[in-house]
Design a protein around this ligand. Sequence first.
Ligand code: NCD
Ligand code: ZN
Length: 347
Amino acid sequence: MTQTLTLTRPDDWHLHLRDGAMLQAVLPETARDFGRAIIMPNLVPPVVTGDQAAAYRERILAALPEDMSFEPLMTLYLTEDTDPEDVAAAYASGLIKAVKLYPAGATTNSASGVTDFDKVRAVLEKMAEIGLPLCTHGEVTDHDIDIFDREAVFIDRVLDPIRCATPDLRVVMEHITTSNAADYVRSQDKNLGATITTHHLIINRNHILVGGIKPHYYCLPVAKREEHRLALRSAATSGDVRFFLGTDSAPHIDPAKESGCGCAGCFTATNTMPLLAHVFEEEGKLENLEKFASQNGPSFYRLPENPETITLVKSEAAAKFPKKIHSDDGPVTVFDPGFDIYWAVAN
Ligand code: NCD
Ligand code: ZN
């Protein structure tokens, strides 16, 4: 017996496509299922100006296979030198859909991020005025704060003060990993949404550390305790319009992950929709998958939903996904949930 589920074509509201050979390799993995994605600007060097975002957008479109359609939604990387007028012009032209805040040193390629939040005040005020969302990597970087507490402390020390000082600023708390973050989103009545990744609905910190270290489960923000994973599942599957999918699919070649100092990032572009169907079905909330993956994101970003649909099919035999994607830079391991998945996207 097969079961099918047809949804409005989904979007990914947080995606790393990289550049060059890696872009070429990973873009089809997303474009196969997703209509659009918010493209992270943490290249080396980062995408800081409107001109750089326009050039990166062209490189993405040039890498898109001819038989696929996909719209990259560009972002700018916020630095202490970002010019509010450049940001406003890039938004007015339709080029960018968000600005990304990385606290300096918080994650992969974040060295040019923000240390002194007073220095970005003028940009944030301009964004509030024009309605341009701020996407936040919500972790403090203080050495004395435990890595498992960094998201909760960011909410108290950085995010809430920014939102109190600039209440009209529209903010996306990206890749939330704690019940603290989900509760904070629910406690606010406007201008706040949150993305949740596929992998944070599936793994907790034991998956990374028990029985040997699993570098392909290491990402930032790092997966937390089981109680947090359950809180994220409840938020994602609730249908609440403030929670939507941002996979944070973040490809690194295997040697960079399987190393004495492994990079953070899980690569989930290839199998995200089947994994999500599995999770939502387990929670008895399959009917809310379309809200999470296809409707709540466009609603926050004030964009139309995609006109196309995709169909997921559940079979009796386990679906087969590639273990690795080949890139000319090296192999990229696809996220392995550790259990069989019976859903697949029909093509
Ligand atoms: C991302 C990357 O590799 O660029 N890594 C990750 O663990 N998620 C950066 C990020 O979004 O934090
Ligand atoms: Zn990311």
